[in-house]
Design a binder for this molecule. Structure first.
Ligand SMILES: Nc1nc2c(c(=O)[nH]1)N[C@H]1C(S)=C(S)[C@@H](COP(=O)(O)O)O[C@H]1N2
Ligand SMILES: [Mo]
Length: 354
């Protein structure tokens, strides 16, 4: 597919890098290889001046320093994070925004405090319905000046595994990943996980911020109110086999058995099946799944491809979860270009050996 992108989109792509797909080989993505998505600028944060305020419709507002958070019981979990725009640049018609192909994903080990524990300390009032999370970063989108803000319904915010995370892979968050503190809602698309957190505000009516009303909705056209983007749809990705061409990244492998390996995830339910195709999605075979190591982290898979016949092939993979969600042959188009989870396609030439 020939998806021409503009200088503006190239500028975004150069700031917000993806996971090099060969890095799918690491069960935990090294922080420097985890994808990045930053709407505005990385804010200049002085950890000594930083504090988190927790307030709004609560009986006991709190102001917490980093030390206060680190003194509280720590919770740790592994979670796959994927940008809702992953796959956008493969959609037709073209959607103008961060032009992800398939690489907007990473799997990290997060450490922090339970959001529920903090919220319970503040004693939310009876009229509380949502919790708004505000980042320190500011910018414009379509003419609207704003701080990056997202909200959660109260019952989601009080969920078991929602963290205020201060560590990624055992080290303080890097500046680009939200230092000193970010929200982490396992299973939800990336935009949920507000970085550079400065305020948590309990509110008594649904939040109407830009990132809920204008962005992150599945909408057919500008007039369509649409539905909110929430949890991650299932997706499997493979480490592209063999060696690439510098310019096109087309792959070449020697004839013979070829081990295909990858990862699969879903924010709705555990992954229960991964299938592989070597003929562009005409016929599918089951891959072997690795044990499910954590509920929120991706699941490894492998497939022994008998690449005996020299020629050109298109490899594909697709995942299914326990709730029956499966990757469609072609995902539905929407104006934001969200959740395009049509199967990955990797062109490979099998070459005669010797
Ligand atoms: N404050 C703030 N939080 C943010 C963003 C942002 O621009 N500002 N981007 C969101 C989006 S769209 C994604 S996909 C994830 C990316 O997180 P990462 O860069 O740590 O991978 O952060 C989310 N949190
Ligand atoms: Mo995103």
């Amino acid at each position: 597919m020939d998806a021409a992108i503009s200088q503006d989109e190239l500028q975004l792509a150069a700031r917000n890098h993806g996971l090099p797909l060969e890095a799918l080989r690491y069960p935990i993505t090294p922080a420097g290889l985890h994808y990045l998505l930053i709407h505005y600028d990385i804010p200049d944060v002085d950890a000594d001046q930083w504090a988190l305020s927790v307030g709004g419709r609560v009986a006991k507002p709190l102001k917490l320093l980093l030390g206060d958070l680190r003194e509280r019981p720590a919770q740790e979990l592994t979670a796959t994070m994927e940008c809702a725009g992953n796959g956008r640049a493969l959609l037709a018609p073209h959607v103008v925004s961060q032009p992800w192909l398939l690489e907007a994903v990473g799997n990290a080990r997060w450490t922090g405090v339970s959001l529920r524990a903090i919220l319970e300390e503040t004693e939310p009032l009876d009229d509380a319905v949502e919790v708004v999370f505000t980042g320190l970063d500011r910018g414009f989108e379509k003419g609207v000046e704003q701080s990056y803000q997202r909200s959660l319904e109260l019952d989601v915010a009080l969920g078991d595994d929602v963290l205020l995370a201060y560590e990624m892979n055992g080290a303080p968050l890097l500046p680009q990943h939200g230092f000193p503190l970010r929200l982490l809602v396992p299973g939800w698309y990336g935009m949920t996980n507000v970085k550079w957190l400065t305020a948590i505000t309990v509110v008594d009516e649904p939040f109407q911020g830009y990132q809920h009303t204008a962005a992150y909705r599945y909408r057919d056209n500008e007039e369509d109110e649409g539905t909110p983007v929430t949890r991650m749809q299932p997706r499997a990705l493979m480490v592209p086999p063999g060696i690439p061409d510098f310019n096109t990244r087309a792959r070449t492998v020697p004839a013979g058995p070829c081990l295909l390996q990858g990862r699969a995830w879903s924010g709705w339910a555990p992954v229960t099946r991964v299938e592989v195709s070597a003929d562009g999605g005409e016929t599918w075979s089951d891959a072997e799944l690795e044990p499910l190591e954590s509920r929120w982290g991706w699941r490894g898979w492998r497939f022994e491809w008998a690449a005996d016949e020299p020629g050109d092939y298109v490899l594909c993979c697709r995942a299914r979860d326990e709730a029956g969600n499966v990757q469609p042959d072609e995902a539905d188009w929407n104006i934001g270009g969200y959740s395009n989870n049509s199967p990955q396609r990797v062109s490979v030439t099998v070459q005669t050996v010797g």
